[in-house]
Design a protein. Sequence first.
Length: 382
Amino acid sequence: MPHIKKRGNIYHVFWYEKRKDIAGSNSKKKGKKKKGKKKKGIHRSRAISPLYQVAKEWAANKAAQLYAKKNDMLVQNYSFLDFCDEYIKNYSKEFKRERSVLRDLLTIKIFKRVCPEVEYVHDFTDRPLALYKVRREKEGVSESSINREVGTLKNMQLYAFNEHLHDKNYSPLTSKLDTPELNEYIPDNKTLQLFFSDLQEPYKTACVLSLYLGFRRGEATHSELIDYNFDENYINITDKPHLNWSPKTKTSKRRVPLHPEIKEYLFLRYEKAKKVGSQFICFFDDDGRALDEDVLSSMITKIRKKKKLPKVFNFRCLRRKFVTQSTLSSGDLTNISLIVGHSTIKTTQKSYFKPTMDDKLKSISTLHYPGVSIFESKKKKK
């Protein structure tokens, strides 16, 4: 049972949650073997209120919740605000990276503002998610951003179902917005020239790394001078524990060959970074501080609007342009897939390699069969 204790001017609620741990090992302790499964628990606490009655009501609700979980019963009237805190603490922080946790917190904050009518978890069904999509579209938010937020909210619904806070799994009932153009758009050379025409540093360096080497946004902004080997012409993409960052997947950790056309450009940025005391290749010239991922995205959006570029123009389309153009030029999709850090070639084909009809036409235009005259008409004998 939860109990209440006052610390300073705030009443705290303390409780103990049991959980099944993994199967016990057969390691010996004091000559005895441990067999089967053992139960472990976690001591938890939460600061509630300077008012004892509020803390008492909260403790009563927590007791009801623990009892329902223990007996596989549905938890009734569970506060949505408390549920959000529980999701962040028990799921998001346990299984996600710090940056993903921050995104979850932002999504929850936006949802509370956009759908204030959701007071209890039983209100958190597919209907408010449908309203959420409509209301976010009216606010002018892009489809991709809405889909990312909805993905988090759907995951929260699945968590609620698994924790006996929902009577059914509502997460499959909400579909994401269709964004075929966003997933297929590749800028043409004219659009690229317009985009780069007056692009300033360090945004230019980040975009160059994507367009010529297929870097992701985080890979560009976390690229350090120590990663560059100009003698052997490669750039390392690896874990950055000192920056609390790591590549997206295991296959994202790779060695990228340095494109000869941008080698001199990057070397000049490399030398300038050392002069201003920066460890990053994407740095601000005035103080050497690193470029932030979100700042990069915001600047691209600003330039897109200023230059009146297509609405689907973003940082990722530069990487898609690299994959398509380099594959058409080399005819080697396998190597390009490895360069951009995809786990399989199917991922590259499905999401990034999008040749146009003109590209396809060029691929077959040189087709020729020497010595075969299929279309030559026979001369009539006189």
